[in-house]
Ligand binder design. Structure first.
Ligand code: FES
Length: 61
């Protein structure tokens, strides 16, 4: 699914960026470009970051 139409980034692209260490929408933008343009996708970026962090928290328990 496309998350960021400006750069054509998919949820997979964003998840990969989060998995390799991006923990804010700004860091995701730096890593893959998503959210760096119009910013409309930032809410979705944050949701992806939040769910990735949740997964990590439960995985390390
Ligand atoms: S949709 Fe992501 S920056 Fe515009």
């Amino acid at each position: 699914m496309y998350v960021c139409l400006c750069v054509g980034a998919t949820s997979q692209t964003v998840s990969d960026a989060v998995a390799s260490g991006a923990s804010t929408s700004k860091e995701v933008a730096a890593a893959c470009g998503a959210g760096a343009d119009c910013g409309r996708c930032r809410r979705t970026l944050r949701a992806i970051i939040a769910s990735a962090n949740q997964f990590e928290a439960s995985a390390s328990r």
